[in-house]
Ligand binder design. Sequence first.
Ligand code: SF4
Ligand code: SF4
Length: 217
Amino acid sequence: MERNCNFNDISDGKLYNSEDMARLGCNDCKGCSSCCQKVGNTIVLDPYDIMRMSSGTGLAPSELIGSHVELNVVDGIILPNLKMAGTEEKCTFLNAEGRCSIHDIRPGICRLFPLGRIYEDGGFKYFLQKDECKVANRSKVKISKWLGIKELPKYEKYINEWHYFLKDTEAELKNYDETVSKNMSMYILKEFYLKEYTMDNFYPDFYERLAKARAMF
Ligand code: SF4
Ligand code: SF4
């Protein structure tokens, strides 16, 4: 999800790579779960998120949608996001102790926070959203450790490809009427999110589907 704001207003003014250190350490979020509630539809999920959540919870992608995940239009494309439920608008994975019940398989945006990504020139850098986490005196942590994602270079390449595919598709959809746009959006949903990936073969499967979608769009 794109944000239109001044980079210097929301960040510490620096751009980071995954091997850089940033002031992220928040004492394991002890006693705080503010990132997991009342965040609307901002925790948008990518295909890798859904694949991991599906294999970790045992719920098929179609079962996740409706129970823990909902669909919304993001920049013209129908995409899944974590659902906030109940009067307190909490993520459905937040347990009674205020901890994440799917910590090991939590989505990429949950891992990233309070970092963000800024995309330019076909790639991206990380930046620190300086006012988002209220913990004072945060310690320095290496970004790769903070993210805790297996095979991080492969993941970063994938997340970059996914971002630019969505951007290109968003631009392309503006050339079509509502019915065609909706059909293209539904294709993305079915092909990248609902169709299951071969076990331990996410990236090859993803790139095969990406090449097909790019040829089609
Ligand atoms: S605001 Fe900071 S401490 Fe609280 S849940 Fe978010 S990252 Fe953790
Ligand atoms: S998946 Fe976990 S970390 Fe992410 S919002 Fe839900 S409870 Fe919080």
